[in-house]
Design a protein around this ligand. Structure first.
Ligand code: ZN
Length: 499
């Protein structure tokens, strides 16, 4: 495995019987400790299955030799290579087949991570048969055109290689009818917070970064957790990508990934934990959030260099890791949602509870967020603690203006279709200044609104653009062709002057 992708390794085997009094096994081609130890497992597993290794020297070489290799996944190929070299198995039976899996000393096969990635790599190289332990092979079964066979024990694989019909069974293809579309009604579990729900819909439709600012108990994380419910059903490509990432991280979901990922790392997360890294490199939270939501609660508490590391993936949808002179790219296209208190104690602006923070401390708290990261967050929404009447059941509230989850989800689908038709793969969140002049031109009333807004608060050029991008999305959500002052006014309401 290299990140979330697999590379195929060929095992070369040769047995030299000359002038030897014992059996020696040599593995070359940059094996790690686990693979070097496989020599013992290999001899035992062969013996246990009646394949004796005579005296001599067994050479096993891993190609390409210059790439480091790790883990127990190569066991099965090594054992079969040894069996061929020692004359127990015909080499022709191994052709055009990927063998993946760990082999126990009794010949039992054990699952390894990366089955889906390995099957994708196999297909790319025109290899169409895939033999692996049951759980690993179940992943490969998802790739069309790959014949995934499941094995429980080494002797079954040996019988299959010898041409015994039915020695291995086809891996079970999980039931696709179990697919569960996102359920937007979970949004209705959150009482009130109409502005917050509109912000979620805008984020889901236009791909905008979103920051909730509000006191404890305002429902910031409750709302954030429901963003995925407003996003469209996962496409098959997205499902495969998510599954490949999870499988490579040893988190195979037991089928094709059904739900958009939601990752909420704690603010003490390390740099490597967030963006990925280590040796061998493993995916970080941003990659585990691929095609889903990355939620950063208590945003000012995250370490600055950790947040700065998010800039590149937010721009490119991928993260480049350098490890041992190699560049490794991992997918990391996620929707960013963050939350913070308005001040260190959390209660500034609260109607009942007084804030006890000195102004200088509030200033320092807010300025802790990295500027460049904040630039990518178009939506900055203030959430108040819910008023008492909002907590009453919906039926008991006389005239509720709250949008229903199902209705918002429909609007998101239509807005995305509109956006796609107008500007192809470019999301509203990625519109540049020139495009905004064309797609979100300002009329006289909108200009007046901006002038009034900048009279009461600082709105930078970047801030103005962010408001126009959001206004474009709000117009799309409302099925309006043109952006007008109503959309600008609402977009300004979705941009808190607090941060
Ligand atoms: Zn305070």
């Amino acid at each position: 495995m290299v990140g979330s992708e697999a590379e195929l390794v060929t095992v070369e085997a040769r047995f030299d019987r000359r002038d030897r009094e014992k059996t020696e096994v040599v593995v070359t081609g940059l094996p790690d400790a686990v693979i070097r130890e496989s020599r013992g497992r290999l001899v035992c597993a062969l013996e246990a299955n009646g394949m004796h290794l005579p005296c001599g020297r067994l050479f096993l070489n891993l190609v390409p030799a210059a790439r480091p290799k790790s883990g127990g996944g190569l066991d099965l190929a090594l054992v079969l290579g040894a069996a061929v070299a020692a004359g127990h198995v015909e080499a022709t039976g191994l052709e055009r087949t990927i063998f993946l899996g760990e082999v126990g000393i009794d010949g039992a096969l054990h699952a390894v991570p990366g089955g889906l990635a390995a099957a994708l790599a196999a297909k790319k190289q025109g290899v169409d048969c895939f033999v692996a332990p049951r759980e690993t092979s179940a992943e490969a079964a998802w790739i069309p055109g790959v014949r995934a066979l499941a094995a429980g024990r080494l002797e079954e694989v040996v019988a299959h290689v010898a041409g015994v019909e039915g020695a291995l069974s086809a891996a079970a293809r999980p039931d696709e009818s179990a697919d569960q579309p996102p359920d937007p009604s979970v949004l209705d579990e959150v009482r009130g917070q109409a502005l917050g729900k509109l912000a979620l819909a805008a984020a889901a439709a236009g791909g905008h970064g979103l920051l909730f600012v509000g006191p404890p108990g305002a429902g910031k994380s409750m709302l954030a957790r429901r963003l995925g419910a407003l996003c469209p059903r996962l496409s098959i490509d997205e499902q495969l990508e998510i599954t490949r990432v999870l499988s490579a991280a040893g988190r195979w979901p037991g089928g094709l990934a059904r739900a958009r990922p939601f990752r909420a790392p704690h603010h003490t997360v390390s740099y490597a934990g967030l963006v990925g890294g280590g040796a061998p490199p493993s995916p970080g939270e941003i990659t585990l959030a691929h095609c889903g939501v990355l939620f950063l609660d208590e945003l000012p508490e995250f370490r600055r260099e950790v947040l700065e590391a998010l800039r590149q993936p937010i721009e490119t949808g991928a993260i480049l890791l350098s490890r041992a002179g190699r560049q490794l790219e991992l997918p990391a296209r996620f929707q960013l949602v963050a939350a913070m208190n308005p001040c260190p104690c959390g209660y500034q602006g609260h109607p009942k509870i007084p804030c006890r923070c000195p102004p200088s401390q509030v200033q320092r708290y807010r300025s802790r967020i990295s500027g460049p990261l904040l630039d990518r967050i178009d939506l900055r929404v203030e959430l108040a603690a819910p008023a008492l009447d909002e907590l009453a059941p919906r039926e008991a509230r006389p005239t509720s203006l709250e949008p229903r989850g199902a209705e918002l989800a429909e609007r998101v689908v239509r807005a995305r279709a509109r956006m796609h038709e107008r500007q192809g793969g470019v999301r509203n969140a990625d519109l540049l200044a020139d495009a905004l002049d064309e797609l979100a031109p300002l009329d006289a009333e909108s200009r007046r609104l901006f002038a009034r807004a900048t009279g009461t608060r600082v709105l930078t050029a970047r801030g103005t653009q962010a408001v126009r991008r959001v206004a474009r999305t709000l117009a799309d959500l409302a099925d309006d062709e043109r952006v007008d002052s109503r959309h600008i006014a609402r977009a300004l309401a979705l941009r808190s002057p607090l941060v």
